[in-house]
Design a protein around this ligand. Structure first.
Ligand code: 8X3
Length: 260
């Protein structure tokens, strides 16, 4: 673990953010740090999270970077063993691969999306639940999607994975009620980030740009980070079970106003 700042301050509450190398994860790391958390930034791309941790430390915040692939159970367990305390976990790592119909979708894409979105969330949540419980006031955030609540053509593999995350969050909340841990699901709709659509379309930036074409103001990573930070900073007895947010121009997964 690379400490970019002296994190020995026992006053600081610790927030772990997965997928913190870009987009919503990086924005959430920044917001939570600004809200006073010691943020532990995790992602596969070590250089990016280290740069973000340095940026936050230079601004006087507490930040630590730890390279982590959430699909690697042994690595997740080792990370949890070395972490110490944990008050907030933001399960943000995940994403979409492909937008093919069910008839022709690549099963390998489906498998990878299940592994990163669902099993990644499962691994990190299982590994950190003891520390979250021991904190006496823990919060698990599951960053799902509006794709976790309704389907759309070409979305089935991603929609199935996001439904899986939604079910994980709903079930965990039932199972741990009575413990000092709350479970918050944040489900964003159309968010324009640097990488989401480009990754989905395997680097095809023209296809990626089409997703947002003519949409006045898609949500930004900062909009979602702001929402997550709001939810986790409510008083501990308040559980925001599920928060769906979309840009004003998006009425549903398939009904988007475009000015073309
Ligand atoms: C992203 C929303 O509509 O691309 O989680 O599935 S969508």
């Amino acid at each position: 673990m690379t400490a970019a700042h002296d994190a020995s301050d026992s006053e600081a509450r610790t927030a772990v953010v997965t997928g913190a190398s870009s987009g919503i994860g990086a924005a959430t790391g920044r917001r939570l740090a600004a809200a006073g958390f010691h943020v532990v930034l995790t992602a596969r791309r070590k250089d990016r999270i280290e740069a973000l941790a340095d940026e936050l430390a230079a601004a006087g915040h507490r930040a630590t970077a730890h390279a982590l692939d959430v699909t690697d159970r042994a690595a997740v367990d080792a990370f949890a063993r070395g972490l110490g305390s944990c008050d907030v976990l933001v399960n943000n790592a995940g994403g979409a691969l492909g937008a093919d119909p069910v008839a022709t979708g690549d099963p390998e894409d489906w498998r990878r999306m299940y592994e990163t979105n669902v099993l990644g969330t499962l691994h990190v949540t299982q590994a950190l639940l003891p520390a979250l419980t021991a904190s006496g006031d823990g919060t698990v955030v599951v960053l799902s999607s509006t794709a976790g609540h309704a389907t759309y053509e070409g979305g089935a593999g991603y929609v199935a994975a996001k439904h899986g995350q939604h079910v994980l969050a709903e079930t965990l909340r039932l199972e741990i009620v009575g413990t000092p841990v709350r479970v918050i699901e944040v489900a964003p709709g159309m968010v324009r980030t640097d990488e989401f659509a480009t990754t989905r379309f395997r680097g095809d930036t023209a296809k990626a740009a089409k997703v947002y074409e003519g949409v006045a103001q898609p949500l930004t990573a900062e909009d979602v980070a702001d929402t997550i930070t709001w939810a986790v900073t409510r008083p501990s007895h308040v559980n925001v079970d599920l928060l769906v947010l979309r840009p004003r121009a998006q009425a549903s997964n398939t009904k988007v106003h475009r000015e073309l």
